[in-house]
Design a protein around this ligand. Structure first.
Ligand SMILES: NC(=O)c1ccc[n+]([C@@H]2O[C@H](COP(=O)([O-])OP(=O)(O)OC[C@H]3O[C@@H](n4cnc5c(N)ncnc54)[C@H](O)[C@@H]3O)[C@@H](O)[C@H]2O)c1
Length: 382
């Protein structure tokens, strides 16, 4: 069978690791496009890939559009791909509300996002394209191990705690609601939330043949780096325009069980990612970052230049819990295999549209709740 032709939109950080992680798979990067000619031309030259001026110009030359652009452009590109009959991979967060938080209430945002999700779900269904949501946590080896344990032992999850935090995104447009659709709750919280929603879905399918879905959320958001009492020592990013840098999400599932998710821009020492599962027949601590596979001692950071040792660690000196390979413990290395194999087999990816929709609705119900200082808020169904 001819290799799947993948066209990547977005020649930045995510576009590059998507391309690299196709190696060894029955797929080729058949095109690159981005808003800036310099970035797509640099990518094209570095990886010997044809560059296109726009997604529309690239679509006739590919089988799959892989969307690695900022979140505000995701839905328009999904729609363009679906209309052209091309399969879709899309980076996190799936989508959001990209207006000003000063002009729109959180209820308006939730209503608009719900309507968008309904229309894109219907378009994907009617066009018959295949879909994969690039939530890498679903493909993390520790989360996949826990899925297997749940399915095999028919365990019931009673509660989970999960977190993604680090010292702040590299993107200059992070921290601007109209570009990102929110702050920590969506930008980072989508990862651990994706992990806990996925595991509860899998538990339901294993025990009763249907997913257990999130019902309600109580959430709080804070802007810690904006507080007059915050002392900025220069180690944390602290220039967020109109978004939160801390969020706490308490999710209640259909069966009454719960998950607590923390997410923030306030963690030094490298990216901090885990899911802790408390089940009726086991405990599992799923470590995504740090992981101690290769404990590396480096006396001088210059010796380690150019190596992706640990994401968001501020110094490559001293003892470092180094990745065996970038994306190994957090799933980016494994997700592309599932997309390529699923699409070649004519099925949606393991990380599918239903999960992408539930994550997005939970987050925007969370923003409504946070606006009401944590009042329990129902999560809409499409
Ligand atoms: N899963 C992960 O681990 C992970 C990590 C980083 C980023 N991401 C996600 O990947 C996406 C991109 O993030 P990034 O860090 O690669 O950003 P980036 O700023 O490094 O790169 C973005 C690229 O998109 C291009 N671009 C911007 N707007 C565009 C548009 N409207 N049309 C076409 N091209 C456009 C830019 O020119 C640039 O090439 C975001 O959704 C982000 O949340 C995921």
């Amino acid at each position: 069978m001819a290799p799947l032709r993948i066209g990547i939109a977005g020649a930045g950080f995510a576009g590059r690791f998507h391309h690299r992680n196709l190696r060894g798979l029955a797929a080729v990067t058949a095109g690159i496009t981005s808003a800036r000619p310099e970035s797509r031309n640099a990518f094209a030259a570095q990886y010997n890939v044809p560059a296109f001026e726009s997604v529309e110009a690239m679509l006739p030359h590919i089988d799959v559009l892989d969307i690695c652009t900022p979140p505000s452009s995701h839905l328009a590109y999904i729609r363009a791909a679906a209309r052209a009959g091309r399969h879709v991979i899309v980076e996190k967060p799936f989508t959001g509300f990209f207006g000003s938080p000063e002009k729109h209430s959180k209820e308006e945002m939730l209503a608009a996002v719900t309507a968008d999700l309904r229309s894109v779900r219907d378009l994907i269904a009617s066009s018959g394209i295949l879909f994969g949501y690039a939530e890498n946590w679903i493909y993390a080896p520790s989360i996949q191990r826990e899925r297997e344990i749940l399915e095999s032992s028919k365990g019931q999850i009673l509660r989970m705690t999960a977190e993604e935090s680090h010292s702040g995104s590299h993107s200059p447009v992070y921290g601007i609601w109209s570009e990102q659709g929110g702050g920590s709750m969506i930008g980072k919280g989508c990862h651990p939330l994706g992990g806990v929603l996925y595991l509860k879905r899998k538990e339901g399918l294993a025990r009763a043949g249907r997913p257990i879905r999130p019902m309600a959320i109580s959430a709080r958001t804070h802007s810690i780096t904006k507080l007059p009492s915050f002392e900025d020592r220069g180690y944390l990013r602290a220039d967020y325009k109109d978004t939160e840098d801390y969020a706490l999400l308490h999710v209640t599932f259909e069966d009454g069980m719960v998950a607590d998710v923390i997410t923030s821009e306030l963690a030094l020492g490298g990216i901090y990612d885990y899911v802790d599962v408390f089940a009726n027949n086991h405990r599992a601590r799923c470590h995504l970052n740090p992981v101690h596979v290769v404990d590396l001692y480096s006396p001088n950071r210059k010796e380690m230049e150019g190596l992706d040792l640990v994401e968001k660690i501020s110094s490559n000196e001293g003892w470092i819990p180094a990745y065996p390979e970038f994306g190994w413990s957090s799933g980016q290395l494994h997700e592309m295999r599932d997309f390529v194999e699923s699409f070649a087999a004519g099925r949606h990816a393991e990380c599918d549209l239903d999960l992408a929709i539930d994550i997005t609705l939970t987050i925007y119900a969370g923003y409504v709740s946070a606006d009401r200082k944590g009042a329990e808020t129902g999560i809409p169904r499409l």
